[in-house]
Design a protein around this ligand. Structure first.
Ligand code: TMP
Length: 250
């Protein structure tokens, strides 16, 4: 059940452009043509990032629900999102009694990404869909780079290979204090990454913040508020301003 406060979020809180005509509304309902393919000029990749416990999966889902009727977005995640990726995800996050090196970890995350990009993201973008991805290449820079100490140049090269140089149109960086976020995440039972020491998580958070300073047009920081609806409003504002850029003028 959605928290009470979420009920205050209405689809018309943000400008969608013109309201479709009655006739078009009927034709869409009949499945003649989906609004998305007519109006959006190109596929749009939106990624969610942030330290543990920042609530990105919740916000990615809320955004998906918000865009669903009009834009038929695709929601996916990393690591995972494909049959292969989900298998590797469980190795990466839930292996017990295995000492997976930072380098091995890096290759596994990149392997998942390469598969997801080929199987899901590229075809969806080619179909002019909006893709909402829960983590993407910035996560590797933040976690394995800033957190794990792998040289950033090497990560950049692998990211370029795995993503085929695909860059998100927008990255929402949900920022939360490391101790608060970890407490929240670990309350559900910590996975292998969440079990890493606090100093690792502090480094990766600082890395995310640095990435956003270096890419201010793409990475938008949103401070996570206790009130989910307030945070989601800020998320939607950023997303809508990007979508508006790619909507055909009529
Ligand atoms: P999440 O679904 O809770 O975000 O779990 C994914 C975990 O994997 C999270 O701890 C971040 C970590 N991760 C990396 O370390 N590197 C990566 O490239 C990606 C995509 C995730």
């Amino acid at each position: 059940m959605a928290p009470e406060s979420l009920k205050t979020l209405r689809p018309l809180d943000f400008a969608w452009g013109r309201i479709p005509s009655f006739r078009r509304g009927i034709r869409q309902a009949q499945g003649f043509y989906p609004e998305r393919s007519r109006r959006i000029k190109k596929g749009i990749l939106i990624t969610f990032e942030g330290p543990e416990g920042c609530g990105k999966s919740t916000h990615a889902k809320l955004l998906y629900d918000y865009l669903k009727a009009r834009h038929a977005p695709v929601r996916t995640r990393e690591p995972g999102g494909t049959k292969f990726g989900e298998k590797i995800r469980s190795v990466l996050l839930h292996s017990k009694g295995m000492d997976i090196s930072v380098l091995a970890e890096l290759f596994l995350f990149e392997a998942c990404r390469a598969q997801l990009v080929k199987e899901v993201i590229v075809p969806a973008l080619a179909d002019k869909r909006i893709v909402i991805c829960d983590r993407f290449s910035d996560a590797t820079t933040a976690y394995q780079g800033y957190g794990g100490g792998i040289p950033l140049k090497q990560i950049e090269q692998l990211n370029e290979m795995a993503t085929r140089r695909l860059n998100p149109d927008l990255t929402i960086l949900l920022d939360v204090d490391v101790v608060t976020g970890l407490r929240r995440a670990r309350a559900k039972g910590a996975d292998r990454m969440e079990k890493k020491e606090v100093s690792y998580h502090k480094r990766l958070r600082a890395g995310y913040l640095k990435l956003s300073r270096e890419n201010p047009d793409r990475i938008k920081i949103i401070e996570v508020e206790k009130d989910i609806a307030k945070t989601q409003k800020l998320v939607r504002r950023e997303v809508m301003s990007v979508i508006q850029r790619y909507i055909r003028a009529r």
